[in-house]
Design a protein around this ligand. Structure first.
Ligand code: HEM
Length: 143
């Protein structure tokens, strides 16, 4: 029951965080094509003032709920070594934690990331994380 609850919270948090990155990269960034520089700055700020209140918190919820899920599903490492599930989940968790670390530093401590400043980088990471979160469940030994 607790697992299902936290899993649902994880999905909602990821929807809010990932959803913003999809919207920003696919649509908001395109506003430049039809608005003047000044209009674009104003329109973007009108959206970002609400984004800043919600999205960073959603990222933190995603990371904390993800850490709980991780402890529940990772399982024992067998004598033969890591399973493909454990490897894919570890990569997914690492990328998620990196995004969380990067986001918290940026939003709460004002430390700008010195590599990959645009939102395209977290967007690509989220896409990779989503793929990993689905394909990690495949049993590659049965192919
Ligand atoms: C922004 C960062 C993150 C994104 C975008 C993300 C995305 C996702 C998605 C889309 C799923 C699949 C949900 C489903 O199919 O039902 C998932 C599941 C999962 N995530 Fe995350 N996640 C993030 C951070 C983390 C972190 C930091 C961890 C661990 C430290 C983590 C651990 C897990 C685990 C263990 C599952 C599997 C749950 C299950 O199906 O039983 N996630 N995540």
């Amino acid at each position: 029951m607790l697992y299902t609850l936290i899993h649902t919270i994880h999905i909602f948090a990821v929807f809010i965080y990932g959803g913003f990155l999809f919207t920003d990269n696919l649509f908001i960034a395109k506003m430049k094509q039809s608005l003047s520089e000044d209009e674009h700055t104003k329109a973007r700020e009108a959206i970002m003032m609400h984004v800043r209140k919600v999205v960073p918190k959603a990222l933190i919820v995603a990371v904390i709920s993800g850490m709980y899920l991780f402890t529940q599903v990772f399982g024992k490492i067998s004598p033969e070594g890591f399973s493909t599930f454990q490897i894919a989940l570890s990569i997914k968790a690492f990328l998620g934690l990196w995004l969380g670390f990067r986001g918290v530093n940026q939003v709460f401590f004002g430390i700008q990331p010195w590599v990959f400043k645009s939102h395209i980088f977290p967007f690509i990471l989220v896409v990779i994380i989503i793929f990993l979160s689905q394909f990690m469940f495949l049993d590659f030994t049965s192919f």
